[in-house]
Design a binder for this molecule. Structure first.
Ligand code: ZN
Length: 66
């Protein structure tokens, strides 16, 4: 048999451990080019620029999802 816990973990202790278990809200900023909300350190999905450079070609019509 492998290692086993000596004592049952109480509900309070288990809850305290899980208090930090949650998803973080993504940090958003306004794009300096187009002003849309975008994630930091990511290419803007609206205008396709990063750090003032055009890195993505944004098509006018959004592509149909297959
Ligand atoms: Zn943008």
């Amino acid at each position: 048999m492998g290692a086993l816990p000596k004592k049952k973990v109480s509900r309070a202790r288990r809850g305290s451990r899980r208090a930090h278990t949650h998803l973080a809200t993504p940090t958003l900023m306004n794009c300096p080019q187009c002003g849309a909300r975008k994630m930091t350190h990511h290419v803007c999905p609206t205008c396709g620029t990063y750090n003032g450079n055009q890195v993505l070609r944004i098509e006018d019509k959004p592509r149909e999802a297959n």
